[in-house]
Design a protein around this ligand. Structure first.
Ligand code: PLP
Length: 244
């Protein structure tokens, strides 16, 4: 950080701190209700549109991980992230031809939904001498034009990735449909949890079902109650996004 902070910047940081504390309290409540400890839940901040000043402030409060959505944005901020104190992941839709640009920079890619994408992640990871963790993104609402694999195709995709070098499946991720009613979103979260448990119970070689990544600003408590152990919160932490 260089120079003095403006009043506006201080104010935003105060808001981020208050939001952070509230979210941590809610995580703890939901974790305890499901017989887990607060530290069993990974709190990832979705950082799209947020300047590194605020991202690093949130990191200083104790975020477990940060996640970017767009390759270009990640690269433009990359030198400024406080990566000594947090873990950088990729959570957005990823085009195969851009994989090369982020391998070695991110510890996990949460949005793998095709063999082709996984193959390129593997190829680039081998080339760079790194291991890249991936989550399988599931299109749990079966929405057209949405990324993610349909549930009947998950097994085959995981089996193929498990045989690839330098890439490791670490769990599942989902962005369920926007729901007006709480009951609707709960159904999608429950479906995801069932898939997660089913696949875990198969104990596949070279697959570690460590993470079930679901739940965003409006619904992360419900997601945890349904069994999520990683939440991705953006606007609820940093405030409403301003797209420039
Ligand atoms: C933006 C984003 C989030 C966070 O959304 P909020 O509603 O701002 O919390 C989570 N996951 C993904 C993949 C996102 O793109």
């Amino acid at each position: 950080m260089t120079g003095k902070l403006s009043t506006e910047q201080f104010k935003r940081m105060d808001d981020i701190r208050a939001n952070y504390e509230t979210i941590r309290e809610n995580i703890a409540l939901a974790a305890e209700k499901t017989g887990r400890r607060p530290e069993d839940i990974t709190f990832l901040a979705a950082t799209k549109t947020v300047e590194p000043l605020y991202i690093n402030y949130a990191v200083s409060l104790g975020l477990d991980a940060i996640g970017e959505n767009r390759v270009q944005e990640l690269l433009s901020k990359y030198d400024e992230y406080d990566l000594a104190n947090t873990d950088l992941q990729f959570i957005g839709h990823l085009q195969t031809n851009k994989v090369r640009q982020i391998i070695g920079k991110v510890s996990m890619i949460q949005s793998v939904d095709s063999v082709k994408l996984a193959e390129e992640i593997s190829r680039q990871s081998v080339k760079n001498g790194v291991l890249t963790n991936v989550l399988i993104e599931v299109n749990i609402g079966r929405e057209e034009n949405k990324s993610g694999v349909l549930k009947e195709n998950i097994d085959e995709l995981i089996e193929k990735i498990a045989a690839m070098p330098s890439v490791k499946v670490r769990g599942l991720m989902s962005v369920p449909p926007i729901c007006e009613e709480k009951q609707e979103i709960l159904k999608f979260f429950d479906d995801m949890y069932k898939l997660f448990i089913d696949i875990s119970s198969k104990k596949l070689d070279n697959v570690c079902m460590d993470f079930l990544s679901m739940g965003m600003s409006d619904d992360y408590s419900y997601a945890i109650l349904s069994g999520a152990n990683m939440i991705r919160v953006g606007s609820g932490l940093f405030g409403a996004r301003i797209y420039r």
